[in-house]
Design a protein around this ligand. Structure first.
Ligand SMILES: [Zn+2]
Length: 86
């Protein structure tokens, strides 16, 4: 019985994660049926934790890139800057 409950909880967690995941929307028709077709790196920098991260000080790489999207519904193409921290 316990196993079934764990599986159900995992499925619910997966659905919540899928629904809250930030997904791009078309600025023209508000559709979520968009596709990222190009990624162009703009800059990257090393980001240091102010008060020593896990393992006594550390940092993360921050990558800024320009992504191009196309809407599958109205064929609109637009660009967006995305910052990713690793
Ligand atoms: Zn659109």
């Amino acid at each position: 019985m316990t196993l079934i409950i764990i599986v159900i909880l995992l499925i619910i967690a997966g659905i919540v994660w899928y629904l809250t995941k930030p997904r791009p929307r078309c600025p023209e028709c508000n559709s979520r049926n968009v596709k990222m077709f190009s990624q162009e790196p703009l800059s990257s920098r090393y980001f240091e934790y102010p008060s020593g991260g896990p393992g006594g000080g550390g940092g993360a790489m921050q990558l800024v890139y320009k992504a191009k999207f196309r809407c599958r519904d109205c064929q609109k193409v637009w660009e967006k800057e995305i910052t990713e921290t690793n």
